[in-house]
Design a protein around this ligand. Structure first.
Ligand SMILES: [Zn+2]
Length: 317
């Protein structure tokens, strides 16, 4: 399957600065009716989000923050070919000599394009995320290779980089006229999720922690609903003007509350079914039907709900 060249949003081809209000309403319009999800990292799909922030709208979305002196790229896409597209798009936008790269978590579609970045790129990661990459990175790359012929091809010859900088909880980057705060708030979707807040532009790049109408993926035993809610607690006071989620259309700060409400709902219903003695597999099936009716425009229900139910069963008394 080739990478889609179709712009995802009606405004996604435009790289002109849109006034905040106009952009917000364009985003609202772009959310209805739902557009088909793009595949991978498309070329020529850059959208300007704010004065310093751009997004390549794809799956996942890639964020690019451009200061006077340095550029920060968040996530790489799947494999070297996706990473090379990101690098080309960055080169079209800026000639900044200093380039930082960070990844929101170790999952392959977010990190395995790093080998395509130029040698002088400064790769930054939370310590916990790097430990997780060391522990489970190869396992996940193998798993993704088995998902489709396209994934297998994109992940042919992955060479992971050693980070140049690791940080424990927080790191603030001065890009020249704009600052990015990189944070690790604890386990949620993975053990090592990182969120990025672009301070002056009030843009949140939350990785998989805040998505747009995508069922939160509590993938395996490294994911936690309680931890996820804890990270959302830390993000809420930032009150971001714009959110560039890893999956789903771009949105505003209200996405944080929507994510929280969904997880609380799932957590509450699953815990209730557990108390009633419902077997976990039955609870998963039941809640697929229930959540499809309640959240008709959310994607990922069939896989995400039973996985989430399993995690809530494991976490609740
Ligand atoms: Zn992920």
């Amino acid at each position: 399957m080739s990478l889609s060249r179709t712009p995802f949003h009606s405004f996604s081809a435009a790289v002109t600065l849109v006034a905040g209000v106009a952009l917000a309403s364009a985003m609202a319009m772009a959310q209805t009716p739902p557009a088909p999800p793009p595949q991978g990292v498309p070329e020529n799909a850059v959208t300007r989000v704010s004065e310093h922030v751009y997004a390549i709208v794809g799956n996942p979305n890639i964020a690019i923050v451009i200061g006077d002196r340095a550029t920060l790229v968040v996530d790489t896409g799947l494999g070297a070919r996706s990473g090379a597209i990101v690098v080309r798009e960055v080169d079209k936008l800026t000639r900044n000599p200093k380039l930082f790269l960070t990844t929101t978590h170790f999952h392959p579609e977010h990190a395995t394009g790093e080998q395509a970045f130029p040698a002088h790129t400064i790769l930054i990661r939370p310590t916990v995320q790097q430990q997780e990459m060391d522990r489970r990175g190869a396992e996940f790359i193998d798993m993704f290779r088995g998902n489709s012929a396209r994934n297998k091809e994109l992940l042919q010859d992955v060479k992971l980089r050693t980070p140049d900088i690791v940080f424990d909880r927080e790191m603030r980057l001065d890009l020249g006229g704009i600052h990015a705060r990189l944070s690790w708030f604890g386990p949620a979707h993975t053990q090592g999720d990182e969120t990025i807040f672009v301070e002056e532009d009030s843009v949140l790049i939350p990785g998989d922690i805040v998505q747009n109408k995508v069922v939160p993926n509590l993938f395996n035993e490294d994911a936690t609903a309680k931890g996820w809610l804890n990270v959302l607690d830390k993000l809420e006071p930032l009150r971001p003007r714009f959110v560039v989620p890893d999956h789903g259309p771009l949105g505003d700060g209200s996405l944080i509350g929507k994510e929280r409400a969904f997880i609380l709902d799932l957590q509450g219903r699953a815990a209730e079914l557990k108390r009633q003695g419902t077997p976990v597999e039955d609870a998963g099936r039941l809640l697929i039907t229930e959540f499809k009716a309640k959240y008709p425009d959310w994607t990922g229900v069939d896989g995400g709900i039973p996985r989430g139910v399993r995690r809530v069963y494991a976490e609740s008394q």
